[in-house]
Design a protein around this ligand. Structure first.
Ligand code: PRP
Ligand code: MG
Length: 229
């Protein structure tokens, strides 16, 4: 699978899933990063170290999907270099708490991109999401928006976050959902409801277990990244 190929097969039972889901190429290097991060004995600092490297790949891939326009510059030897710059304003929106973990890598790439916040928490028993707070950039309706959410399990939190952006005037086709792990079940639910969004993920997992954990999975991402276990 190369980086520009879209996933068209729903892994679990070979149904057509969507043409808008991009899984990063499953290279040995990416599998190494996943192994180090997923290992249950990884310390908090190891977990952050490897997760951040995968986030960088995910954000870079996501930023390849937005339109660019020409940017010509004059080099020190007096010649023109024909480069590119974003054609539209870009912003990111983190789904707090786990999504905030992706912000550092975005800041390493581009400090000017504004970051909105949506606080959604999943009930530990019902697994249903509750929205507590959102603060979005004023001009978000004109933006290409990266949603930062490392975990897509049942899909409830993702659907809630995407709907908030659409209610704020963001075009569905301008949303890129940046994700570390997703379940086949969750991704199907999200793409059925929002057919025009794009999802960039580093792994489509095997399945969701009865406790709404992805398998083979990574455990509770927020607890591991922020050290609250
Ligand atoms: C977790 C995870 C995702 C969400 C995914 O959030 O971080 O946001 O569940 O599950 P879903 O697809 O079934 O909705 P949670 O609210 O548990 O905790 P967090 O504060 O650590 O992000
Ligand atoms: Mg969360």
């Amino acid at each position: 699978m190369n980086a520009n190929q879209v996933i068209q097969i729903y892994k679990k039972d070979s149904q057509i899933l969507s043409s808008s889901v991009i899984e990063l190429p499953q290279t040995n290097r990416l599998k190494y990063l996943h192994a180090k991060m997923r290992d249950k004995v990884a310390s908090k600092s190891q977990f952050i170290f490897y997760a951040d490297q995968v986030f960088r790949l995910l954000i870079e891939k996501s930023l390849e999907l937005v339109p660019f326009k020409d940017l010509d510059v004059t080099t020190p030897v007096g010649e023109t270099y024909k480069g590119k710059q974003f054609a539209d304003p870009i912003c990111a929106v983190s789904v707090v708490r786990a999504g905030e973990s992706m912000e550092n890598e975005l800041r390493h790439i581009d400090l000017k991109i504004p970051i909105g916040k949506i606080l959604i928490q999943r009930d530990v028993v019902t697994k249903l999401p509750t929205l507590y707070y959102s603060k979005l950039p004023d001009h978000i309706a004109k933006c290409r928006v990266l949603i930062f959410e490392p975990m897509l399990a049942t899909g409830g939190s993702a659907i809630c976050a995407i709907q908030i952006l659409i209610d704020a005037g963001v075009l569905e086709e301008n949303i890129i959902f940046v994700n570390l792990l997703c379940s086949p079940e969750g991704i199907q639910k999200v793409t059925q409801q929002f057919k025009k969004i794009q999802i960039v993920t580093s792994s489509i997992e095997e399945y969701l277990n009865a406790n709404a954990f992805m398998i083979p999975g990574i455990g509770d991402f927020g607890d591991r990244y922020f050290g609250t276990t």
